[in-house]
Ligand binder design. Sequence first.
Ligand code: F1P
Length: 348
Amino acid sequence: MSKGSKTLQDIEEIPVAVDNVIKYRSKLEYIAKELLGISPKKIFFIGCGSSYYLALLIQSPLVRVMNHVFSLSLPSSEAFIYYNELFDDKAVVIGISRSGETAETLTALEKAKARGSYTILLSITNESRGKHIVDKYVYLDAGIERSIVMTKSFVTLSLAGLLLTSTIREYYKGEHIKQDYLYSFKNYVEEIIQYKDNYLEKGRMYAEKQIERFVFLGSGPSYAIALEGSLKFKETSYVATEAIHALEFRHGPMATIGENQVEVIINPSGESYDLVYRLYKDIQEYEGKILRLSDRDKPDIVLPNTGAEELSALAAIIPLQIIAIGYALAKGRDPDKPRNLVRYVDRF
Ligand code: F1P
């Protein structure tokens, strides 16, 4: 097997996984309504690594209904170390875990359940220790994920989680993720995969140009994708990357603009579009090397305008995953065998 082929194969199977989530939609909506039935005052989303970042993404539809139900995303470790007091019988705790085995996530769920919270775990693994801990185990069939780094599982669990939380949002106010939004998302994924060589080449070109740092900028749901894009490059190339809430970039990090750095700006239509676009123009003024992903105003990578900001933001991770692989291969790394990493962390 050539370097990176397992990770690329995982990515190429994302459209099938999207189809499976679409088939599972009514069940996810039913689970959301069951959850609403216990009238939670607080909903927590927890996970580790990529699963924490997708917890942030799937929480984003609930930010605008906080005055009805408080919601917060946390790394699982922080949840059980510092936030335990908040887990009570008015709280729902939703864990996300590809493996269903990650020690910090299971510990947080066990503690929350012991304190009376209703616990849910989303996973692409049918049988796991987590399944026997929580009140509700939600298995999404994404097929096997060959690589250690999360790609297909990230998209599958994100889509399923967004269907769950946008059902909750719709109950209070605002609209749901419409079926045709999901199909436009899937069509976009298929198109990116069809032209994957262009994105592999873009990654290779960054290595050739001696790019050594990537700063990912995103606001709202795009910040979660900035974190995940940053992690993909770290995990596959071991390069220094960071994710910053977009407008925070002016407050210090702007000083890092330079010839060996690329600012990756995730800028889909939505609440923050105009302000992030203005930041993009400012960075241009400082002659920053920019990779802007958007559905408007001549982006470097076109995003779909799916009708839901969270979904358009999620779409950005597909080209970023492939660019990360291209960059890693050009640096002589093997994304299928990232150093120091394991499929799941079983102790802490
Ligand atoms: C989460 C995780 C991944 C990370 C690596 C190790 O595992 O930390 O985020 O990229 O693959 O596992 P899980 O709880 O989602 O199984």
